[in-house]
Design a protein around this ligand. Sequence first.
Ligand code: HEM
Length: 463
Amino acid sequence: MSKDYTPPKPMPRAEKVSILTHIKLFQKDIFASQPAKLYRAWMAEYRLPFYKSYFINDPKLVDHVLNKDPDNFPKSEIIKGALYSLLGDSVFVTNGEVWKRQRRIIDPAFEGGRLRDIFPYMLDAGNAAVARLQPIADGRTVEIEAQASQIAADIIFRTLFSIPITDDIAKQVFEKFRDYQRSQPLLNIASFLKIPKWIPKFQGRRTTQTSTDIRALLIRLTENRFAEIQAGTAPDDLATKIMTTKDPVTGATFTASEMVDQVAIFFLAGHETSASALAWTLYLLAVDQDTQARVVDEVSALDDFSFSNLSKLTFTRNVFREALRLYPPVPMMIRETLQTEEFRDREIKVGSQIVLSPWHIQRHERLWDKPDVFDPDRWNTDETRKCARKAYMPFSSGQRVCPGAGFAMIEGVLMIAMLVRAFKLEPSGKPPVPVAHLTVRAKDGILLKLTKRLSDTKSTQTL
Ligand code: HEM
């Protein structure tokens, strides 16, 4: 593979199009509706019905919105509207004091020590994934996004509720979430268009029904756990930790219904994103055999996959970082202005939508050297580290930074290591085309060929 391998990138739209064409393209795929100049621009203004929307790529503006003055740029109401039937008042969609209280209870569950405690659950999921893939790793073509989804869902169930994906309720939740996504591709025009409150909004009957079904299952899981906590028999996992943590300010814990909202977002945010990241990383490794060989060498030098050994996988971590740069699972984030702002000498009215795009910033031509090239070694240079401080945000930044970032970095590196150690990966069929669904996905999936690397079914736990 040449040193300058450029993996798939969506075709941009023509520079000048009518509003109607823009909206039509938007509806099909957000990436395809953006012009190439957005990879060079610091800011772009879009006039949409009822309000204006601003894409901001200028690192100073991004810093202002996410870090310096985040309370004046709350999550946009349209996100809440689009997700309410499933997520209720979960931490992903709330703002202000409600959101602050929720984060005070949730954040301790994801601290370093807790991640060490839940690491064995991730290892079990990795071993289960290797065992599940063994029978089909004979050179046939496998759609790896679906496999990655299952792996990430298994990890969430094991770490949150101490149950594997094969558990009856877990399996049902997983399958219903898949239906939900099919019935509501979230990052579509509905989630970007702010429609005035007086216009009635309709959600497909199938979407509403699927949300109701998912929530019924999550209520069962949560109620069972409350009973186990009361009986003193609850396992020491993330759900127990979150449900027993008191807000240090008010002393109150989550109510049962608040907890159901949080479980819904942990499942959605925690499995869709990780699945996208894992699938794209495996694709990049399949295409770039030299890089794959270096990962195999690094992993083979470990004695085992213990928590402390994971820090030795520096190259594997750089591969994952680079994959998150090129294919950030959350491609864009939306905020709303609470007051009049001045951005790059332009007045931004109250109620404008501010779009922050990890996808564009992390491939920005005026910020990154060879922005579209897959080069994990760039992460060893001071230049990249300096650039990353202002233009790398796969987990967002500031007070609303992803609480699962540490979790996701451990999970991602561990899964890559275990899978690449067990299987040789090769691309199959046409290169995937990235599209923005709920997360960055491939239009027709990601096809890879897997073949067993280890001659026997030796556990990957002891190498
Ligand atoms: C590679 C994996 C992941 C990526 C790239 C990712 C990315 C992000 C991003 C960009 C946001 C901010 C969204 C916004 O502000 O609009 C976010 C928020 C969030 N993520 Fe993650 N995430 C990942 C994994 C996880 C995991 C594993 C969990 C939990 C187990 C999680 C839970 C959450 C929650 C609860 C929020 C909402 C936080 C808030 O609004 O205060 N994420 N994530």
